[in-house]
Design a protein around this ligand. Sequence first.
Ligand code: FAD
Ligand code: NDP
Length: 323
Amino acid sequence: MIRLQKEQNTMAENVIIIGSGPAGHTAAIYAARAELKPLMFEGFMAGGVAAGGQLTTTTEIENFPGFPEPVSGPELMVKMRDQALKYGTRIKTETVTRTDLSGDVKKVWVDSEMYEAKAVIIATGATAKRLGIPGEDRYWQRGISACAVCDGALPIFRNKPLVVIGGGDTACEEAMYLSKFGDTVHMLVRRDELRASKAMQARVFANKKIKVWWNTNAVEAVGEQFLTGVKYKNNKTGDDGLITASGLFFAIGHTPNTGFLEGQLPTDETGYLMTRNNSTATDIPGVFACGDVKDKVFRQAVTAAGSGCMAALEAERWLGEQE
Ligand code: FAD
Ligand code: NDP
């Protein structure tokens, strides 16, 4: 009975935005300025991340346009949230648990509470995978990072030996990027081959600053106030030791936050939502996806914000066409 009462809803929203990183807030700003009165679910530690998204887990952002001086990640996200609110976005600090995107009116649940919308924008981001080795929590953001492009240029990493874990395209790209700033870049690969594309492998092998350690696992991060080294073990020979390093970068993949969709939208083989070319439109009319939940290549705040803008504009056009 209670559930039935809760499930009754008077009027469908124009657009519900799920997620509150740069993609969600940019979509909210555009949708609100278009007078769509968007309703945002910003999440409550959804995917292990606070409302505001991945940038709330980092310190200084140096590459978001408009901030010649570094801005802290949490501060940037508060500004985006304030801007979304200013133009009329309504924000609920709740995590969407389930959806039914099949009908003309889309349904979104927070536990037993149901909301309806004509259009839905999914901006739930992705969570970087972590290794879970001893020392990881202690040196997280004190030498350990999951984003070389974001953090690699920081002074603490310049001209210092660095370690990258992983053997995919991201690991190769990050090792290449770090080789511009670091001294030697040690790439720890758990198998005897890279998963990365041949083109990327060739670039890594040709780079004299990158040393690949095959069949090697990181087993512990060590340091004092900041990271100073990574203990490793060769999983074939059993050889172990310590690599002196000021930076440890995880590039072992991300998990897109799509569990609540229960497979209603197609994903690629690594779980990222798929959208049409040059568009944020998904296979379901009226459902749009933006930001890291659909982007495994760029994964930057500014690209997430850009696709949030696209999602709102496309949702607005789509709603107009329905009328
Ligand atoms: P996210 O930022 O991941 O936000 C998604 C939000 O949706 C989260 O708050 C999540 O809790 C919420 N959510 C998830 N599921 C649900 C649900 N079911 N219901 C409601 N809410 C939900 N990029 C840069 O450009 N510059 C940098 O310097 C930089 N530094 C970084 C440092 C770190 C440590 C990390 C991890 C990333 C960094 N990035 C940086 C990358 C950048 O943070 C991401 O590319 C960007 O945040 C992606 O934005 P998004 O909106 O797609 O998703
Ligand atoms: P991937 O899943 O492709 O690769 C992850 C890598 O991390 C693999 O080498 C994997 O090893 C390794 N790994 C996973 N878990 C562990 C662990 N616990 N310990 C040690 N190593 C581990 O992720 P990427 O982020 O590299 O790429 C994701 C997708 O994005 C891919 O499709 C990729 O092609 C694409 N991409 C494309 C780019 C481009 O075109 N420029 C740039 C970046 C990404 P193993 O191989 O043994 O499983």
